[in-house]
Design a protein around this ligand. Structure first.
Ligand SMILES: Nc1ncnc2c1ncn2[C@@H]1O[C@H](COP(=O)(O)OP(=O)(O)OP(=O)(O)O)[C@@H](O)[C@H]1O
Ligand SMILES: [Mg+2]
Length: 333
């Protein structure tokens, strides 16, 4: 097949905030996907979607399939930008559609759907202006997050607040810095879990990945913050989380967590691939934090490939499974 890989490349630009390009992909990831596709006999064109000629590019260069990992340019619907162009041109692409991508990027809207489906998610409140009063039913500690970001952008240990004054200060800071509403949630103490779902002929729930931050506490970071994600593995910074895949869970809890992720995948209407982030509370409730429809695919360090390897898949097989699933959908199979 002739496949185009659409992506936004991580860049170095000291004029931008440190986390500006965090959602974008590295050249290493782009190269790995190209090699994987080629190893399966596909011809591949790499399309960095940063230049604005994407529309004319796809009008002139017909491809059989687009392997889409593009995060888009800006705004709350950015992940839908490339799929919208491809829909218009009737070109099939891997992964979720415009609607689900826009929905999942909005954490509050997603949480409302989860609540309606009786899927546990931390209690929350959306602050749009920063002048709202906190809902007195919410229990501290609370965590403040930008409502429409990923890659833990804007999330550090100082986002966990223990009293009202610190809460309002952080809420205003997030609204100003990220030009969007701030989501405030109850902070769930417990295990950090992430669950990959892959459509590869059937719907497969990959072995659960548990990320243990116990050895990182001296660094000041104790959950999957931006610094943790950006610098994980850095010994000098003390950011050495331990990965357990499969997670250390009893059979009943494992099944409960997996079913919760699967229900989330269906509730949001995902296609081909998703990764659900869950905090398992001390009383064993799997609280869904969010679902990622464009999970990182770095072959060395991204969570999703780690889970695929634990299921016995090679990187090339993971990439090919995503393509095949999208192709099957296209053919209406
Ligand atoms: N309510 C919460 N309780 C406990 N920890 C939380 C909560 N919300 C966020 N966190 C911590 O912050 C991390 C990042 O939060 P979240 O997954 O919501 O952000 P994100 O930017 O969408 O992440 P991603 O990098 O997966 O796209 C979580 O993995 C978890 O460690
Ligand atoms: Mg997350």
């Amino acid at each position: 097949m002739k496949i185009a890989l659409t992506y936004n490349l991580k860049k170095k630009d000291s004029t931008k905030p440190a986390d500006y390009f965090s959602e974008c992909d590295s050249q290493e990831t782009v190269n790995a996907i190209i090699s994987a596709l080629q190893s399966k006999g596909h011809s591949v064109e790499a399309v960095d979607v940063e230049p604005p000629q994407v529309f004319s590019y796809f009008r002139q260069n017909r491809v059989d399939m687009v392997f889409n990992i593009a995060e888009g340019k800006r705004g709350r619907f950015r992940e839908s930008e490339i799929p919208a162009i491809l829909d218009y041109l009737d070109i099939p692409y891997t992964g979720s559609n415009t609607f689900s991508l826009a929905l999942a990027l909005n954490k509050t809207l997603t949480k409302k759907i989860l609540k309606a489906e009786s899927i546990p998610t931390p209690d929350f409140q959306l602050f749009e202006t920063g002048n709202e009063q906190v809902d007195p039913t919410l229990r501290f500690p609370l965590i403040v997050k930008p409502n429409c970001e990923g890659s833990a952008k804007g999330i550090s240990s100082s986002n966990v607040v223990h009293e009202e004054e610190a809460l309002y200060k952080k809420v205003r800071e997030i609204i100003v810095m990220y030009h969007q509403a701030a989501l405030v949630e109850e902070f769930i103490e417990g295990k950090e879990l992430t669950i990959g779902i892959l459509e590869n002929g059937k719907t497969t729930i990959l072995p659960i990945l548990e990320i243990d931050f116990a050895d990182c506490v001296a660094s000041g970071e104790y959950f999957y913050s931006w610094r943790m994600k950006e610098f994980q593995g850095n010994k000098e910074m003390g950011l050495l989380p331990t990965f357990h895949c499969p997670a250390r869970l009893d059979k009943h809890t494992e099944s409960l967590v997996k079913q919760t992720a699967l229900r989330t995948h269906h509730a949001v209407g995902c296609f081909d691939i998703s990764r659900t982030d869950i905090r398992l509370s001390k009383d064993n409730i799997p609280y869904v934090l969010e679902i990622n429809l464009l999970p990182g695919l770095n072959p060395r360090e991204s969570n999703f490939p780690i889970m695929a390897y634990a299921a016995g898949m090679r990187y090339e097989d993971l990439i090919e499974a995503i393509v095949m699933s999208a192709m099957k959908r296209r053919k209406g199979l």
